[in-house]
Ligand binder design. Structure first.
Ligand code: DOR
Ligand code: ZN
Length: 347
């Protein structure tokens, strides 16, 4: 008998949709999600409520007619962010969260925060109004080894901020280490963590062993296998503090396949197929819905979707495009390294 899996419509609590031709090309691949937190690291970044509203309109225009996706906008926190603008944009329903990028941590993060004390008034206003801070949790100190940057960030930046601003709601974005898992578990209801699809299925060998593979390079960079296993355990545990944020981050292949290539894995087209396989492999299919469709909504104090999606397990691997085209450029779709039997039925 054909195996099928029906879930409440999933949400993606961390997504890069870009702008212009790239937005037009990638938005349809996330259109079947219910809600998605949209990252603000455009060039220039989305720093005001007015810019977030305009970006939201461009996203809606790029989605296919009738697409379920409801973009949840974020503001990019800078040293100069005005607390009043953040609160006004939140109260007007324009933004769902604020994104903290330490300056220089990743793609288009040059305008990020250079000193946490400068943004303390913004964080205090956010705590007062229940506005979530989505955190890219890596230190940027060149003296810190890239594989240690998440753990050092937790100890030297995140934990101190949370102590100085009690009640601040924090999502640790795209955690990649057992340290991240442990710290997320140490918090109360105001702390959660997203986990990407790719960090559940690759470790750092995928990038570096037997040749360098730029399509597996993202930030935070994938860590050793023991960390991947900790992430898998967290994601498949059903615990409410862990939920899906794909961090699907498309770049043209010409920007990835470079002497200095961009960070990002483009997982939007096959994320649900990969996750269903991973959860099945861990005998956790009954907890997939919590990870993709329930836990994030609960953290963001939203109702879960009333819609359903259906995944069908095929007898032969389900095809997906190796690349998509964006503005005349190829964008490589993430290859999990195993066949995908779970096929997402059209929405
Ligand atoms: O791999 C990544 N790509 N990590 C990030 O934090 C940013 C993202 C991007 O925008 O390309
Ligand atoms: Zn991201």
């Amino acid at each position: 008998m054909t195996q099928t899996l029906t879930l409440r419509r999933p949400d993606d609590w961390h997504l890069h949709l870009r702008d212009g031709a790239m937005l037009a090309a990638v938005a349809p691949h996330s259109a079947g999600f219910g809600r998605a937190i949209i990252m603000p690291n455009l060039v220039p970044p989305v720093v005001t409520g007015a810019q977030a509203a305009a970006y939201r309109d461009r996203i809606l225009a790029a989605l296919p007619e009738g697409a379920p996706l409801q973009p949840q906008m974020t503001l990019y926190l800078t040293d100069a962010t005005d607390p009043a603008d953040v609160v006004a944009a939140f109260k007007a329903g324009i933004i769902r969260a604020v994104k903290l990028y330490p300056a220089g941590a990743t793609t288009n993060s040059d305008s990020g925060v250079t000193d946490m004390d400068r943004v303390r008034p913004v964080l205090e206003a956010m705590a007062e109004h229940g506005i979530t801070m989505c955190v890219h949790g890596e230190v940027t100190d060149p003296a810190v080894d890239i594989f240690d940057r998440e753990a050092v960030f937790i100890d030297t930046v995140l934990d101190p901020i949370r102590r100085k601003v009690p009640g601040l709601r924090v999502v640790m974005e795209h955690i990649t280490t057992s340290d991240g898992v442990d710290y997320a578990r140490s918090g109360g209801d105001d702390l959660a963590a997203t986990i990407t699809t790719h960090h559940l299925v690759i470790n750092r060998n995928a990038i570096l062993a037997g040749g360098i593979r730029p399509h597996y390079y993202c930030l935070p960079v994938a860590k050793r296998e023991s960390h991947r296993l900790a992430l898998r355990q967290a994601a498949t545990s059903g615990e409410g503090r862990f939920f899906l944020g794909t961090d699907s981050a498309p770049h043209p292949d010409t920007a990835k396949l470079q002497a200095c290539g961009c960070a990002g894995c483009f997982t939007a087209p096959n994320t649900m197929s990969i996750l269903a396989q991973a959860f099945q492999d861990d005998n956790a299919l009954d907890r997939l819905e919590a990870f993709t469709s329930l836990n994030g909504a609960a953290f963001y104090r939203m109702a879960p979707s009333d819609d359903r999606i259906t995944l069908v397990r095929l007898d032969t691997p389900a095809p997906y495009p190796a690349t998509i085209s964006a503005g005349g450029e190829d964008v490589t779709v993430f290859d999990p390294g195993f066949p995908l039997y779970w096929h997402l039925e059209d929405v």
